[in-house]
Every structure is written in structure tokens, then in C-alpha cells.
Design a protein around this ligand. Sequence first.
Ligand code: NAG
Ligand code: NAG
Ligand code: NAG
Ligand code: NAG
Ligand code: NAG
Ligand code: NAG
Ligand code: NAG
Length: 763
Amino acid sequence: MAILMLKVLPVVLFLIFYVSSSVARSDTYIIHMDISAMPKAYSDHHSWYLSMLSSISETSNAAATATTTTILNSKFIYAYTNSIHGFSAVLTASELEALKKFPGYISSTRDQPLTVHTTHTSQFLGLSSFSGAWSGSNYGEDVIIGLVDTGIWPESQSFNDQGMTKVPSRWKGKCMAGTQFNSSLCNKKLIGARFYNKGLIANNPKLKIPMNSPRDVSGHGTHTSSIAAGSYVKGASYFGYATGTARGMAPRARLAMYKVVWRYGVYSSDVVAAIDQALQDGVNVLSLSLGIGLDDTLLENDPIAVAAFAAMEKGIFVVASAGNDGPLYWSLINGAPWLVTVGAGTLDREFEGILTLGSGVKINFNSLYPGNYSSSRMPLIYMDECDSVTELKKVKNAIIVCKDNLSISGQVVNAISAGVSGAVFISNSSYSELYTRSSFPAAFVGLHDGQSIVDYINKNINPTGSFQFQNTVIGTKPAPRVDSYSSRGPFLSCPSILKPDLLAPGSLILGSWSPISSVAKVGSHLLFSNFNLLSGTSMATPHVAGVAALIKAAHPDWSPAAIRSALVTTANSLDNTLCPIEDVANDNLPASPLDIGAGHITPNKALNPGLVYDATAEDYIKLLCAMNYTTTQIQIITKSSHDCINRSLDLNYPSFIAFFNNYDSNPEDKIVQEFWRTVTNVEEVGASYTANLTGLDDLKVFVEPQRLVFKQKFEKKKYKLSLEGPKLLKKVVVYGSLNWVDDNGKYVVRSPIVATSLVPESP
Ligand SMILES: *[C@@H]1O[C@H](CO)[C@@H](O)[C@H](O)[C@H]1NC(C)=O
Ligand SMILES: *[C@@H]1O[C@H](CO)[C@@H](O)[C@H](O)[C@H]1NC(C)=O
Ligand SMILES: *[C@@H]1O[C@H](CO)[C@@H](O)[C@H](O)[C@H]1NC(C)=O
Ligand SMILES: *[C@@H]1O[C@H](CO)[C@@H](O)[C@H](O)[C@H]1NC(C)=O
Ligand SMILES: *[C@@H]1O[C@H](CO)[C@@H](O)[C@H](O)[C@H]1NC(C)=O
Ligand SMILES: *[C@@H]1O[C@H](CO)[C@@H](O)[C@H](O)[C@H]1NC(C)=O
Ligand SMILES: *[C@@H]1O[C@H](CO)[C@@H](O)[C@H](O)[C@H]1NC(C)=O
């Protein structure tokens, strides 16, 4: 198979099942404990957990010679303190049963694999158009962004610390030594680097890990880190594409890498350990471009949701990728109400090759071909379906033209086997990003361009063509659009909160890369580069982390909810043609907030949102109570017990979603759904706002009061939004927005509103 494949983390998850007659089968578990039940005899939780483990261990009875230490070494994985209360361990079924009898045992979940959210898909627009927001925040100085990812390539120019001040004294993190890594590789930009694989090894006992250190052999973590807070790098490019100065969203913020994703997989026990440490180290922002599968998204079983709750309580802003399982409804993960969930958009940039016909006609096509090419004219030879390698081999120094009949990939394989100098493929199918990453000079064109090429060949005795590559076109329209792979809401585990929250650049994003991880192939040669262009909600997420760092630098005392509110209420639902953002997956029709949340991130406005919707840990607990979560479920998530005296599904969130999905109702029946919100004035002076509603023509919408007058900073005002509609909405999704517009026209505080007849289902 000669089509170029990027070596981006084959997320091969080794699932090893072994059952033998002498050894009972073991699995790894995360055990949730109520630490208030710890007997006084123990000095700390760690020794309590170890003593429980040694007393239940079956091997201790079987092998009398084994020391307690060796038993524990093979069973015990991690003790957790911050992100969850409890530990992880390798247990047989009967050991797990024995553990359940101990005081303080709450529950256990099987350790589970996660995936990183990078993809290769069909869209190839790009380029961030943001530039400002930096002066008001001093470029995010001293805000620490933690990433949980594949590690980092510390020598990358994106992590040079030129001009950076000394590391804040509050920072408790460090740079762990390991294979080809030690603390001398960290600096004032990269201030922390740790690695976690005890869980991975417990799940795959025979695994040997060659690069046992924070060093990134994949490139993914280096890429996401550079997007969030990379320093300026002049002359960055991917083989001549996207040439320019690379820099992260918050060029002065600090970075700390927690490596959990390995070539062999990633497990929740390691992810929880990494977040546990990040909270202890003192990160301000956590950027998570990975997640669990769609089959079990219950909040209490989701290590990211549970660990993020602890982060939120500590005032840490958590941003996570929505997943790449779009475009169907309910395909979203990482949708916990206390974190920010990001979808992926395209940008106003395309990468192109140009085919110039002998007649002078130029045909542009999307391409990321990275190699050298001859720009001289060559004969253009029509070869029908290019189904015979023997025939193709007879052609020398020419560009062959192939017309697709069902199997374009077969044609590409034939052209590569024959070693053609160049090719044009004509097809009516949409080309995936893989084709644009062709390993030889090739144009992939549609039927219209294809016809003009064929006509030209038919009308000329000596038809010729010449190629040119490495063209970057900026300012393409419309952009952004939501890309098809981006996962869509609602979020199955918490449908009453509108997710995703917003969109950020995700498709073909330029970022730094590990120079030992190949990025492309030309002929049979692998190519390496310090930069790569990648797509996925993985790439969108660190954009939001970086912008959140800018807001945090400008407003150090803002809660994670206030920062989220600023990002959401200033997001732009229009594209660069001033039309509603389109959906690539849906014939470029307007996208709904279930695809894009509030819209595309707008950093300059997010620093000064006018009003914010704040929320505390207690508000989230009231929500869990209203969702009828049991005391145990709530304790797993919050690490403390709550009696659910107060319940409310009506979280003070900067967006609205209402379900009109009663299929048993009489079509005439109406219901009214009410939402109460409290907004806080965060500007220095008083201000007056008037409500302005748009969209939602199918419903009656009311806001009360319609004017909010603030006399001073931090003053709070309450309002009610009511939606009156049929018990079963005729359309699947209708949407609009509530805009609070201030009298001076300076601020528009916009909240998306969705009304839907969707019922929870798996995508
Ligand atoms: C730290 O690691 C780098 C890169 O592997 C190496 O060149 C250097 O000698 C190491 N320094 C120490 C003190 O081990
Ligand atoms: C292109 O040609 C130059 C000069 O011969 C060479 O250094 C470079 O490696 C080639 N690039 C690729 C991608 O093969
Ligand atoms: C496509 O291929 C099939 C079978 O290989 C053949 O029957 C058919 O005529 C071809 N269609 C075109 C448009 O060439
Ligand atoms: C090309 O594809 C479109 C959409 O899939 C389809 O409507 C159209 O009929 C196709 N055209 C041809 C010539 O196959
Ligand atoms: C929670 O339980 C109550 C009482 O059974 C029920 O009315 C309500 O609809 C439930 N809420 C949710 C979100 O399931
Ligand atoms: C419930 O809400 C009331 C009124 O807001 C408050 O006074 C009380 O402390 C809350 N109780 C709990 C357990 O949160
Ligand atoms: C208020 O809403 C109307 C549409 O309902 C819109 O035309 C108008 O521009 C909005 N005004 C402001 C200030 O946003």
C-alpha cells in the first residue's frame, strides 16, 4: 500500500486476555474511596490502600515465600489524592469482591483505554486569523498550561524561552528524567515534563517501552503544546506550505507536559495519575485532546469528567476535545458541565497544487504534496481507468490522466506501482485529506475540471501539462465552517447542558513536530520535519487553552465558569462572509449550536465580555442531584458526600437547550420551559443592557425583565427566559439566540438557544 500514511499515533490498543489454569485472571481497576473512613491507625491514604491490598492478596496465600513488597509492586498501580480519592490496582474478581467489604470502599471502574483526537479528513482550509488579545494579557505571561498528551520534543524552537521571566515560585512541577530526557532540557517556557505508564504496563505486562521518558516520539503532544503556547518561530512551514511565523495562542504562557499516550495505547489509570499531579503542581489551565470511547460516557465512569471536577474546584480551567466521531447527533464526548468542550472548524486557508495545460489554462486543486517536482511541460496522456499497471509502465516522462470508476484508491496504487512521473485523477467522489498527502506529483480533480482536461487532450495533437506545488492561498471563503468529523451534541450523559461550547481552528493546523516521527512519504522515502499540518478536535482544544490563558492573565481572579462564559458569549456565529457558519457535513447548510456551540472563538472580545455567567462547585452538585444521580455517583465525582437538599437542572450556563420531545403528547398541547440566569457585570463602570432575541420562530420566547441596569462592577442581576412550544416539536432542531446589548453598543453578550425534539440515543 503506497498511499502515504502519516505515522500519527496508531492508537493500537493492546488488549491482552490471558486465562490460565494456575493464575486467576486479573484486570486493572480504579477504586474510589471515601477517605473520611480511613482508620486513625494509618499515617496517610497511601499506606491505608497498601494495607488493604496486602490483606486481600490471593498470591500471598499461594506463594508463602513472596514478600509483601513484591506482591504490592505487582498489584498496586497509583494512589490518587487530588483528581479522585482512591487508587488503581491489578485485581482478580475475588480480590475485588474482598475489597468491596472494606469500610470506605465506594465503587470501582475497570481501567479503560482512551484515544487521541487527531484525524485525517476531507477538509483542507486553514489559518488562524486571530492576532490581538495579547496586549491586555501580556501574552498570557505566567499562566501555566498543562497538557496531557504524547509528550514533548523539548528542543523544538516553539519552546525556546527567549525573553521569558523566571519561573513563578508557586510552581511545584518538575522535569522527570528518563530515556533521552532530563531537567536540563526544560527552561522558562517548558517548566514541567512528566510521564505515566504504570497503568499501560499493568494492562500489558510484557510491554517494553524504548522511550521511557516525557520525550515525544509521535509528535501529537509537541503539536498541541505549540498551538497553546508556542514561542515565535520565524520561517516555519510544512515543506513550503503554510510558510510564516509560527506561534501559539499565548506565546508567553508556560507549558507543562504530562505524557500518558504511548505508541501502544493510553489508559485511564495513567490519565488520572497525570491530572492528579498537574493539580498538585499548580497548572492554571488543563488542555485535554483525548477521551474515552462513546460506549460509556457516564460522568462517574469518565476519568476526565471526574478529574476535571477536582480541577474546577481548584480554580483550574479545563478544556477538552469534543471528539472526532461526527457528524451525527449525540456523538460528543468530554461534555461534563464543569469543563469546556471544543469542536473543530476549518480556516480561511487552502493548500494547492496547480496544473497548467499547454493551452495556458490553470487548474487548481488541493494538495499537500511535499516533494520536489519537475515544473517543465510533459505530455498529458489519457489512460481511461488506469487499471493496467503494464500499460502505465509503458508511459515515460508524462502525466497520466485517469478517470475514476469506483476505485480511485486502486488507480492511485497502480500509478505508484508503475512509477509514473505524475498523474491527474478525475472523480466525482470527495477526496479525503489522505489523497492530498500524495506521495508523488498528483492532481485530484472533480468532474468539471476533469472534463476540461479531457476536452483539451482530445482537441490537441500534442497535449502537455506542467505541475506546480506548495501553494498556500489565504483568505478563502466561507470560513470557518464546522468540519464533518467534529463530534456533535447533545451530550448523552448530560443533555440539559448545550454542548459543544464553541468551535476553534482544527483542520490542517500548523504546529511543531517531533523530528524523528515521519510526516510524509515521497516515492519510498520517509520525510521528516519540525512542523506538521494536522486535523482534529485535538488541534482545536489547545487554541482554546491558549486563549483561556490570556483571559486568566488579564483577570487572575476569574473562576473557570467566568472564563468559559467570556469565551462562549463572545464567540462568533457568523463566518467571513457574515453568513451563519456552515456545516461541511450537511451540504454547507447553516450549522446549529449542536454543531458549533456559540460559534467560533473570538479572542479579542473574550477578554472583555461585559457580563459573565458564573457558577460554583455547588451549582454543579445541584445539577447532578436534579439529574437523579445517587449519593454514591455524586461522591465519586465530587469526592465528598451531599444530601441533595437543593436540586436544579437549571445551571447558570451561558447557553440554553430545551427538549420538546414528548412523542406521546397531543399535537395541540403546549408547554412552557423556564430558565433562570444570573449575570455579573465585570466592567469597571455601570452599564445598561437590553434583551434582543433572534431566531426560534417556531416558539414563543419571553425574557423578563427585558432591561438589566448595573450600577457598579460585580453587581449581579437575575432574569428569566421562557420558551413556549408544542410538547413535540415538528422540526428536529430550531435555534436562535438571546443577546444582551448594552446601551453604548460596546458589548453584545450572546447566548445560543436550542429547542429540539431529539431523544437520547447512541449515534
Ligand atoms: C541531559 O540530556 C541531554 C539529552 O539527552 C544530554 O545531552 C545531557 O548530557 C544530559 N545531561 C545530564 C546532566 O544528564
Ligand atoms: C528536493 O531536492 C533538494 C535538492 O536536491 C533536496 O535537498 C531535498 O531533500 C529534496 N526534497 C525532497 C522532499 O525530496
Ligand atoms: C465501470 O466498471 C464496470 C466494471 O468494471 C463496467 O461495467 C462499467 O462500464 C464501468 N463504467 C464506466 C462509466 O466506465
Ligand atoms: C456526482 O455526485 C453527485 C452527488 O453525490 C451526484 O448528485 C451526481 O449525480 C454525480 N454525478 C455524476 C456524473 O456521477
Ligand atoms: C428525577 O426523578 C424525578 C422523580 O422521579 C423525576 O420527576 C425527574 O424527571 C427525574 N429527572 C431526571 C433528569 O431524570
Ligand atoms: C440550599 O439552598 C438554600 C437557599 O439557597 C441555602 O440557604 C442552603 O444552604 C442550601 N443547602 C445546601 C445543602 O446546599
Ligand atoms: C436585535 O434583533 C434584531 C432581529 O430580531 C436585529 O435585526 C437587530 O440587529 C438586533 N439588534 C442588536 C443591537 O443586536
